[in-house]
Design a protein around this ligand. Structure first.
Ligand SMILES: [Zn+2]
Length: 294
């Protein structure tokens, strides 16, 4: 039997109140006064991964690392990769290159101090690298990142870069920086982000497992992600958010943990930096097309 394709497993480490869905009803200045849930949720995820003997990547906000350095150290000490999710979840296309470079540096400093590990991977908040800001990959390369997993090659109401490749590619003409887009599936002629988030939590387990099987059957790895708040049905409720945001945020929180336990057992998983190294070798052997010039 051929060995299974090893997929990339990742957790975007942020508080329940730091999501784009609540951006308009919760100001950053209020964050420190809200109920912090990230510590207990990430500890539960670490226990789940330990029970399944799985290693993963935790794309962590610098804001969280500054307030919970022992948690970040525990992630690293358990053999997982600590990578960057930026400082405070500012979408990249709302910044200019200098502000983005400063956001990256501030987050990396907090993450490296807490983890004792070098940070070489980055995930943009809300997949906010797209046709609007291709310069972001230049800034990442200049800062010495090995890989980014920040592009959703789809059309979505909040994000997406439809013309981007579905699998790993080198976004710059020179340099080694690799971009690993979130996994997509083609369903009824529409391409959807099938690598986690609402797709995994809101739809039946069989839809996500089908999508990952399709990708793996073609010999390609999936890149999957979820958030600590998604396994937390007891988090505070915000009834002042738009109904669509509330639906996306609160549906199926109680079934998420058992669903994830199933997912980590049904497929082979590993850290994103290790996936990036394997994907770099794949890109070099079968060059993928560059994204269309913006
Ligand atoms: Zn995020």
């Amino acid at each position: 039997m051929p060995s299974p394709v090893i997929n990339g497993l990742s957790v975007d480490v942020e508080e329940w109140f730091q999501v784009g869905a609540f951006e308009k009803v919760i100001a950053r200045a209020q964050w420190d006064g809200l109920d912090s849930r990230v510590e207990r949720n990430v500890r539960a995820i670490l226990a789940m991964f330990a029970a399944a003997d799985v290693k993963a990547t935790f794309f962590t906000l610098g804001w969280v690392a500054q307030r919970h350095p022992a948690l970040v150290r525990a992630i690293a000490d358990a053999g997982h990769e600590v990578a960057s999710h930026g400082w405070d979840h500012q979408r990249v296309f709302t910044m200019d290159p200098a502000a983005f470079a400063a956001d990256l540096a501030r987050a990396r400093d907090a993450l490296e101090q807490a983890s004792g590990q070098a940070v070489t991977g980055y995930r943009a908040p809300s997949f906010s690298i797209d046709a609007r800001n291709p310069w972001a990959h230049d800034v990442l390369a200049q800062a010495g990142y090995a890989y980014s997993s920040s592009v959703a090659p789809i059309v979505h109401d909040h994000y997406g870069w439809r013309e981007a490749p579905r699998f790993a590619f080198r976004p710059l003409a020179t340099g080694a920086l690799l971009e690993i887009p979130v996994t997509t599936a083609e369903i009824a002629g529409r391409r959807m982000a099938a690598g986690g988030g609402g797709f995994f939590r809101l739809l039946p387990y069989g839809v996500s497992s089908w999508a990952i099987r399709q990708v793996n059957a073609a010999g390609r790895p999936a890149a999957f992600y979820f958030h600590p708040w998604e396994i937390d049905p007891d988090q505070p409720r915000r009834n002042d958010a738009p109904w669509r945001s509330r639906f996306r945020h609160y549906t199926n929180l109680a079934v998420m943990a058992p669903k994830l336990e199933r997912l980590v057992r049904d497929f082979a998983w590993g850290r994103m930096d290790e996936l990036a190294a394997r994907e770099a070798a794949w890109v070099d052997s079968a060059p993928a097309p560059l994204p269309a010039a913006a």
